[in-house]
Write a protein that binds this ligand. Sequence first.
Ligand code: MG
Length: 158
Amino acid sequence: MRIGLGEDTHRLTGGGPLRLGGVDIAHDRHTVGHSDADVLLHAVTDALLGAAGLADIGQLFPNTEAENRGRDSGEILRLAYEQVTSAGYQIVNLDCVVAAQQPQLAPHKVRIRRRIAEILSLTVDQINVKAKTGEGVGPVGEQLAIEARCVVLVDDKA
Ligand code: MG
């Protein structure tokens, strides 16, 4: 068994919807980035790559490449997981934390878990998503950014 940790931060700017965990959430702000700026899927991707000892998301999908502009992070995650499975690993479970002052994520957690499970061909019970606020302070609390963290456990397929 091996463990991986992924972490990401994206700035927020005006206008919705918010793309998070592969779903669009009605909100008056959205994250900014070279791809679709899905902060949660980026953290999941890096956790998986890390567990397999592979290069990180920035090396595999550089923000200097035109093909990654506006790219669906679900596709990035799927491609990264293909590399992980090629390296001989499968996911046992993954656990995520999203820090966002707004919107309230509780009503969206099941939809996000289902979407991540769909992207990775897993069952929903293998995916957990937790939500925190920024307690009104710092970049998260002031709604300047959203942060995400993910840990994943993998084992070898044999
Ligand atoms: Mg990112």
